[in-house]
Design a protein around this ligand. Structure first.
Ligand SMILES: [Zn+2]
Length: 260
């Protein structure tokens, strides 16, 4: 890790009015959550067509059966926030992180922030572009329940799990064929535009909106840092590129920010 770069970036974060972190699957991989594109990955055993919004509407029973199987594959183990999630949560607690925008649906940012958040501390906004699989929401009235409860009800024969209003519960994630939630997307774009430092973490930054958020932030004068094992299309726009493990870089960055 380039110590000089790390110190310089930490200094910019300390002086920034708003630092925004954007995260992708690479931040959760160290927690053991399989990524979609890995060899032997979960998606070799499933097809996108099983989890479209259209299928949820037309065949909710089949959808939920397949979804239960996917859930066991994806989240069957006990997944915990890792050192990278915790470092971001700590930066939030010490007032150095305005927002985390994530593409992940595992809910690990929420968990990490809940663990460190004390009542008097500053709030870090957590924006989940693709939703959170630890919740389920009624597709008709929007009523939310715990994801575990929905899966448990489905597993014990309530197929599909149904709301008191008669609507069907849907995992609170963006399904294939569904749009990203417009309000979350709009707020993410605004945060990116208004950020002074934009940290792009564990994302290939190849597909929208992951591609345009860092680009727009940099175009508006934000300092862009890319932390990802593989090269990304945004590396050329970045002042800092750390091609290293997120669980090494982020704790080191937190220490550098907080040591001054
Ligand atoms: Zn309902």
């Amino acid at each position: 890790m380039d110590e000089q770069d790390l110190e310089a970036l930490a200094d910019e974060i300390r002086r920034a009015d708003a630092t925004v972190a954007f995260t992708g699957a690479g931040i959760s991989a160290p927690s053991g959550i399989p990524t979609f594109r890995d060899d032997g990955g979960v998606w070799e055993r499933f097809e996108e067509g099983q989890f479209t919004y259209g299928r949820f509407r037309s065949d909710p029973v089949g959808f939920w059966r397949d979804r239960l199987e996917l859930q066991r594959e994806l989240f069957g183990g006990e997944y915990e926030p890792n050192a990278a999630h915790e470092a971001l949560a700590d930066l939030g607690r010490s007032g150095h992180l305005a927002a985390v925008i994530t593409q992940n649906t595992d809910g690990l940012h929420e968990e990490a922030h809940e663990e460190v958040r004390a009542p008097a501390d500053g709030e870090t906004a957590i924006l989940e572009l693709h939703g959170n699989s630890q919740r389920a929401a009624c597709d008709d009235c929007g009523f939310r329940i715990d994801g575990d409860e929905a899966f448990e009800r489905a597993e014990t024969g309530e197929l599909p799990p149904t709301c008191d209003c008669g609507g069907v519960f849907k995992p609170d994630v963006v399904l294939f064929g569904e749009r990203l939630p417009p309000a979350v997307l709009q707020r993410s774009r605004r945060l990116a535009r208004e950020s002074d430092v934009f940290l792009a973490i564990g994302s290939s930054l190849a597909v929208e909106p992951a591609a345009s958020l860092p680009r727009n932030a940099a175009a508006r004068g934000a300092t862009l840092a890319v932390i990802n094992l593989e090269p990304t299309p945004r590396d050329d726009d970045a002042e800092y590129v750390f091609r290293e493990d997120v669980t090494d870089v982020l704790p080191a960055l937190r220490s550098a920010v907080e040591s001054a």
